[in-house]
Design a protein around this ligand. Structure first.
Ligand SMILES: NC(=O)c1ccc[n+]([C@@H]2O[C@H](COP(=O)([O-])OP(=O)(O)OC[C@H]3O[C@@H](n4cnc5c(N)ncnc54)[C@H](OP(=O)(O)O)[C@@H]3O)[C@@H](O)[C@H]2O)c1
Length: 225
């Protein structure tokens, strides 16, 4: 079974970012109407300019409050974050900042938008392999992303039999808007992502390394008991 995107409404959260921009392009190429937003006026203006003339609606303010029903949500909030030193060297103010960006944003999005996804639709959390493998100077990012993996596990469990398919895409490569060697162009990521939105796959963690190897049927095992 496939779930065509033609005529469907796809909400992309984090659309000003590298990953989100790719998700917008991929969904547009498959015939979707895309809804995006940004927290900043500059972000809204940039989205309007980038997607002018395409089937993209740029909303301002509380996005969820302006929507009734949508077909698909791609949640791609948060950015790369590192600081010199160890975990215990970080100022206390850093934790709310990182948690807000990588975990609270996902909790808020799932709380407000997941109930608006149609029974035939999907909700996809974008996460990163940085949640699993600690890297020097990325301490707080690893912890906050770990919370996002836990959120993903809860949502995928609770929706394992509901109409809305909840999945996670766990990225382990670098994705950027401007192509350069060693980096996956955003649009190529987005084209691959549409395979998951259109597939009859649910409660899965689908790894992304390269567009050509991305396959919704190839999934990572969930946490061990
Ligand atoms: N790019 C990669 O190579 C890569 C690799 C692995 C994992 N990931 C994951 O993919 C996600 C997106 O990464 P990216 O590279 O696209 O990041 P990015 O280019 O830095 O963009 C970040 C996006 O997140 C939004 N955002 C930031 N803080 C937020 C907050 N507190 N609340 C709501 N939205 C917020 C921003 O929206 P505004 O317009 O509102 O600022 C922006 O659209 C992250 O979770 C990251 O861990 C990315």
């Amino acid at each position: 079974m496939t779930n065509e995107l033609t005529g469907k409404t796809v909400v992309v959260l984090g659309a000003t970012g590298n990953v989100g921009a790719g998700a917008v392009e991929g969904a547009l190429e498959r015939g979707a109407r895309v809804i995006v937003s940004s927290r900043s006026a500059d972000g809204v203006a940039s989205l309007r300019k980038t997607w002018a003339g395409r089937s993209v609606e740029v909303l301002e303010g509380d996005l969820a409050a302006q929507l009734t029903e949508v077909d698909h949500v791609v949640a791609s909030m948060g950015a790369w974050w590192t600081r010199p030193g160890r975990f215990e060297d970080q100022p206390a103010a850093s934790w709310p900042e990182v948690r807000g960006m990588l975990l609270d944003s996902h909790v808020n999005a799932a709380t407000t938008l997941l109930p608006k996804v149609r029974e035939s639709g999907s909700y996809t959390l974008i996460t990163g392999a940085g949640a699993i493998k600690p890297m020097a100077t990325a301490h707080l990012l690893t912890i906050a992303l770990g919370g996002t993996l836990a959120l993903s596990r809860v949502l995928r469990f609770e929706h394992r039999t509901s109409g809305c398919r909840v999945n996670e895409v766990r990225i382990s490569s670098r994705i950027e808007k401007v192509p350069r060697p060693g980096v996956v162009p955003s649009a190529d990521f987005g084209r691959a992502l549409t395979k998951l939105l259109e597939a009859d796959v649910r409660s899965a963690i689908v790894p992304f390394t390269r567009p050509e190897t991305f396959d919704p049927a190839v999934q990572l095992p969930d946490g061990q008991p």
